[in-house]
Design a protein around this ligand. Structure first.
Ligand SMILES: CC(=O)SCCNC(=O)CCNC(=O)[C@H](O)C(C)(C)COP(=O)(O)OP(=O)(O)OC[C@H]1O[C@@H](n2cnc3c(N)ncnc32)[C@H](O)[C@@H]1OP(=O)(O)O
Ligand SMILES: CC(C)C(=O)C(=O)O
Ligand SMILES: [Mg+2]
Length: 507
């Protein structure tokens, strides 16, 4: 049987200590609800003594989130512990997390306390917190644990466990440890703290040297059962161990680690996106698991491999973290296989070998000038350089009436292949829908809209809106694109462009 690892999420406490981040009650509640859906075992909801707002947020989470353990942080002081308890006492499974630094440097220069005083204070804090309720769990952290003299640390841990600590958390507060060292440190605690079997060992690694995940993995290999981590690796300075990286490492390398977590990994992308949007902290594109490029392939050799069998270059599936599919990015490193695949997806499955060759050369020329080549660019290559579709239908005029309290209406005048002009009006669920319906009537054609995609090109007042539509007629898909500073006009142009392709094929 695989050993179960408990995931303690500290996005709402240490994660909120990320410089520039401050979450209000509603934001914390929304993230907590999503963390519950993700399946974390424990949510560290905040540090109630820090502010009234944080107190209220922790209390709201304790009152409404039922499945995970809800934890509040408190210094080793009665005042902090009372405030933490006031906030979490409504929780189904409440936990007080109290901490006190034990390294020489922190004791001497920050706390200005002698080691024996620190030990006494830690034990008193745990005993007091434990006395508040039979249902409360107590976690104790010797802050700056990894820079603490081991013999002193063993003494403190033995004392707090005897006083009632259910969990002892060993923080690498300043991210100084290395995997081998941290693993041995945890093994030393297991060997040298006589009552360690009465408590769960927890890990809390910071990422100052980029080793937080590696250190946490080394910690569980040496007997720890709980990992403290944060979504997107948020946290003080360089952050905490990233939840998604840890969980996916355990899942993907189960053959090596053989540990289980309760995390529903398909919720990872959604959680990561919510935390990024709410905190305003963007995710770097090459971030493992949740970065925009984590499941994207640009090089021709890789794309060719993945098209034949995903396992050639993907060690986990995009679906396993809740993404729909991987991404083939077309750029200067891409090859013919991926290019042809994209042509097929765009509906150009009937190009001749020569036409594909010609289009591929154009594509490579363009890729030398642009970082990535969009579907719209490929459309332009095919329509302007390969197909040169005649403009059988064109938009002469359009008028839109819309607003939040009126039915959207569009009037269009469309020039037809026989040079006659048709003017039609239609209502729709919005201005784009209305304009599409009016064009369908004017062009006397019946199609289904399958996909609509809008992208801004440039920024500021003169930015352009590029629209791409996929419409279906019979069993075939036709793609159209249009560009304008007015997104309704881009939409109309894209729709007519697709209709022109139908007309060209049916001529
Ligand atoms: C490693 C970590 O992540 S620890 C958590 C860090 N998180 C935070 O600090 C975020 C929230 N913090 C805050 O809002 C404030 O710092 C507060 C409310 C906790 C305290 O504010 P203040 O009373 O103004 O004190 P300040 O922050 O300037 O200094 C910290 C005080 O706590 C003391 N202290 C630090 N750690 C502990 C501890 N674990 N137990 C008891 N006292 C402690 C310090 O010695 C200092 O005491 P002093 O005021 O007697 O000199
Ligand atoms: C409060 C403790 C666990 C902490 O965040 C740290 O030491 O990094
Ligand atoms: Mg920390």
């Amino acid at each position: 049987m695989s050993k179960r690892i408990y995931i303690f999420d500290t996005t709402l406490r240490d994660g909120e200590q990320t410089p520039g981040v401050s979450l209000n009650i509603q934001e914390k509640l929304e993230i907590a609800r999503q963390l519950e859906r993700l399946g974390v075992d424990c949510i560290e909801a905040g540090f109630p003594i820090a502010s009234n707002g944080d107190f209220e947020a922790v209390k709201a989470i304790a009152q409404s989130i039922r499945k995970p353990v809800i934890t509040a942080l408190a210094r080793a002081s009665k005042q902090d512990i009372d405030r933490a308890w006031e906030a979490i006492k409504f929780a189904e499974k409440p936990r007080i997390h109290t901490f006190l630094a034990t390294s020489d440097i922190h004791m001497e220069f920050k706390l200005k306390m002698a080691p024996q005083e620190v030990k006494k204070r830690a034990i008193e804090a745990v005993a007091y917190a434990k006395s508040l309720s039979p249902k409360v769990e107590i976690e104790f952290s010797p802050e700056d644990g990894t820079r603490t003299r081991p013999e002193f640390l063993y003494e403190v841990l033995e004392g707090v466990i005897a006083a009632g600590a259910d969990v002892v958390n060993i923080p690498d507060t300043v991210g100084y440890s290395t995997p081998g060292e941290y693993g041995a440190f945890i093994a030393g605690i297991k060997r040298n703290v006589p009552n360690i079997d009465k408590a769960v060992i927890s890990l809390h690694c910071h990422n100052d040297l980029g080793l937080a995940v590696a250190n946490s993995l080394a910690g569980i290999e040496n007997g720890a059962l709980q990992i403290e981590c944060a979504i997107n690796g948020l946290g003080e300075r360089a952050g905490n161990a990233s939840l998604e990286e840890l969980v996916m490492a355990l899942k993907t390398r189960k053959n090596y680690y053989d540990f289980e977590t309760n995390i529903i990994t398909e919720q990872i992308s959604r959680t990561s996106g919510l935390v990024s949007r709410t905190t305003g902290i963007h995710i770097q594109p090459n971030k493992a698991v949740v970065g925009a490029n984590a499941f994207a392939h640009e090089s021709g050799i890789h794309q060719h491999g993945v098209l034949n069998n995903r396992l050639t270059y993907e060690i986990m599936t995009p679906e396993s973290v809740g993404l729909k599919k991987n991404l083939m990015v077309l750029g200067k490193h891409s090859g013919r296989h991926a290019f042809e695949e994209r042509l097929n997806e765009l509906g150009y499955s009937d190009l001749s070998h020569e036409e594909i060759n010609k289009a591929f050369i154009k594509f490579k020329d363009l890729a030398d000038k642009k970082k990535t080549v969009s579907d719209g660019d490929i459309e332009a290559i095919i329509t302007e350089d390969i197909h040169q579709i005649p403009e059988a239908y064109s938009l002469e005029y359009m008028h839109i009436s819309c607003g939040n309290k009126v039915v959207s209406t569009a009037t269009v005048r469309v020039k037809k292949p026989d040079d006659n002009v048709a003017e039609e009006a239609a209502c729709g669920t919005g201005p784009v829908d209305a304009v599409f319906k009016a064009i369908e009537k004017a062009a006397d054609i019946d199609v289904n809209l399958r996909d609509y995609f809008l992208k801004a090109i440039g920024s500021g007042e003169d930015a352009l809106g590029e629209v791409r539509v996929k419409i279906e007629k019979g069993s075939k898909i036709y793609v159209g694109s249009g560009i304008s500073t007015d997104i309704i006009e881009s939409s109309a142009k894209a729709f007519i462009n697709a209709i022109n392709k139908i007309s060209y094929e049916e001529r």
